[in-house]
Design a protein around this ligand. Sequence first.
Ligand code: ZN
Length: 197
Amino acid sequence: MGQRWTKKALQDLALEVRGEIAAGPHTRLDLERLIGEYDIPVYAMSDLADSCSPEALDYFTSRRPEAWSAALVPVGTARFIVENSTHTLQRRRSNVAHEMSHLLLEHQFEGILFADGGCRDLGPEMALKEKQAAALSGELLIPVAAAIGAALSSRTDEQVALQFDVSLQFAAWRMNASGARKIAQRTLQKRAAGIRH
Ligand SMILES: [Zn+2]
């Protein structure tokens, strides 16, 4: 089985990685800088025409354009990311962050790793890795401390999406899955109770 990561370990890793590119927990993640720091080339599918084998190109283009978001491709010991550039910029940010997360977690895999897993049965080990990559990409783009801060300031999902340059869907997922809305609600209730006493 792959390595186990606690929630806390993933949170710490995300902050550490943000720190490497001098990003605090409350700012928009500069993904360009992150992939530069790790020297991971990111290609759009259209860039691959010159450098990719016809088979590989066929592999990507034969899928429906909306059916895949990004993939991590091994070349010997190196890796590069291919992303679906037909998606919105915000969605592309989370797609690339997801693939970067597999890399940061040092996930071992054979062949090409797709962000969405498609309809394949992933098996328990890959399913765990997918969960870890999803969690880490969430922490990278919106660290839990930032999510709680935003919830305490009663920021809407739309405002959070703008602040961190992610899709509304991603912001909404993050604000709930991180527990930020619940934690903020409790804190605000306690504060209100404190005032009444
Ligand atoms: Zn994945």
